[in-house]
Design a binder for this molecule. Structure first.
Ligand SMILES: NC(=O)c1ccc[n+]([C@@H]2O[C@H](COP(=O)([O-])OP(=O)(O)OC[C@H]3O[C@@H](n4cnc5c(N)ncnc54)[C@H](O)[C@@H]3O)[C@@H](O)[C@H]2O)c1
Ligand SMILES: [Zn+2]
Length: 338
């Protein structure tokens, strides 16, 4: 099997992303030459082992969003201090998006910025979270509100790690993989796993290179996410992110169709990819209340100018602001939510 190499191009912050079987075995080749020690940040239940010959220690953090916190950053930083980690050393994040977000933020703030190498072990981590330099933690008022843009020195997506991933986590990843079908317009279904992950990374890398700090184009990565965030919140996170994104993209397709931005065939293509190819759920469970979802969508971060969505159309996927509520109703009608 061939390995794939993608470069995230960001001038002096550019870095390689490797995708393939066994790529994490070469981790030492990707550490900064100044590094004399490393701290691995991971979780107890992640069975993926990283072998290092330089002096290192491992910090285990809690499992679950509630541990994506400033308290965890405090615990990690104290371990850095005890181990004597300096700014010329390196942090290695080994885990899902939760771990890479936390390890990245701990590295970003340790001595005002220490190198981090990310080894994502979930599909979400490989195609999304570990790429692009967004790091951070949650506070009581919301998810990811405290953080930093801190690009890694390298990202190693070793598909061997995915062998132990629970099915539901795989499904969540597929929600994000399906998203990339609509961002670049090519047929990812024709590719085998490593090549498909590599292509997702490449699409994200291109978007991030053009808009590192989300001042414009990077927002298209939120395709399907406006309704998804509302579904996650009003189900108290019983619906997982990737599952919600799948439904959210179907909703966005109906909305784009109501606004005559896409035709019947393009709407049908959304069902083909999301439901038929990836086997993801595409209907909004009856228990959700349409008006409550609309109220939550008005609170979305993007909604500066009225109800704002990322929508497909003849120019591709783009931000559309100030959408009339009647179009949302038409989309909900089409999805048969009472
Ligand atoms: N920074 C970004 O751009 C970005 C993008 C998308 C998501 N995120 C963040 O990523 C997080 C979600 O990431 P996630 O979906 O990877 O969830 P996660 O990190 O919570 O991992 C899901 C579960 O899988 C377990 N796990 C991880 N790897 C495993 C393996 N190889 N085998 C068995 N179990 C394994 C974890 O311990 C955890 O229980 C959220 O906090 C989200 O905010 C960040
Ligand atoms: Zn997402």
């Amino acid at each position: 099997m061939t390995n794939h190499k993608i470069t995230v191009s960001l001038a002096d912050r550019s870095y390689p992303v490797l995708v393939g079987s066994g790529v994490a075995k070469d981790v030492e080749k990707f550490l900064p030459i100044t590094a004399k020690r490393a701290v691995i940040v991971t979780q107890e239940n992640i069975p993926f082992e990283i072998k290092l010959s330089l002096p290192h220690t491992t910090v285990l953090i809690g499992n679950g969003e509630q541990f994506k916190s400033l308290q965890t950053i405090d615990i990690i930083s104290q371990q850095f201090a005890k181990f004597g980690l300096t700014r010329s050393d390196v942090v290695i994040g080994v885990g899902g998006g939760m771990v890479t977000d936390v390890a990245g933020f701990a590295a970003a703030s340790w001595h005002r910025g220490t190198a981090v190498v990310q080894i994502p072990t979930t599909l979400v981590g490989m195609v999304d979270a570990a790429i692009g330099g967004k790091t951070g933690v949650n506070i009581a008022q919301g998810k990811n509100l405290v953080g930093a843009f801190w690009q890694p020195s390298a990202v190693l997506c070793d598909i061997d790690a995915l062998k132990t991933l629970p099915d539901r986590e795989t499904r969540c990843g597929l929600g994000e993989v399906a998203k990339y079908h609509f961002l670049a317009g090519d047929d990812l279904l024709a590719l085998e796993l490593s090549a498909r992950i590599a292509r997702c990374v490449e699409i994200k890398a291109t978007i991030v290179s053009a808009d590192e700090r989300e001042q414009g184009g990077r927002a298209v990565l939120n395709y399907g996410h406006t309704l998804a965030h509302a579904l996650e919140r009003s189900s108290d996170f019983a619906l997982a992110h990737g599952e919600a994104v799948a439904i959210g993209m179907i909703f966005a397709a109906h909305l784009a169709h109501s606004l005559q931005r896409i035709d019947d065939a393009r709407l049908a293509y959304h069902y083909k990819v999301i439901r038929d190819s990836y086997g993801l759920g595409v209907s909004i469970p009856d228990k959700f209340d349409r008006r409550a979802l609309i109220d939550l969508m008005r609170l979305d971060k993007k909604a500066i100018d009225g109800l704002t969505f990322v929508l497909d159309g003849t120019n591709g996927v783009e931000i559309v602001s100030d959408i009339g509520e009647k179009y949302l109703d038409q989309a909900f009608d089409a999805m048969q939510l009472p």
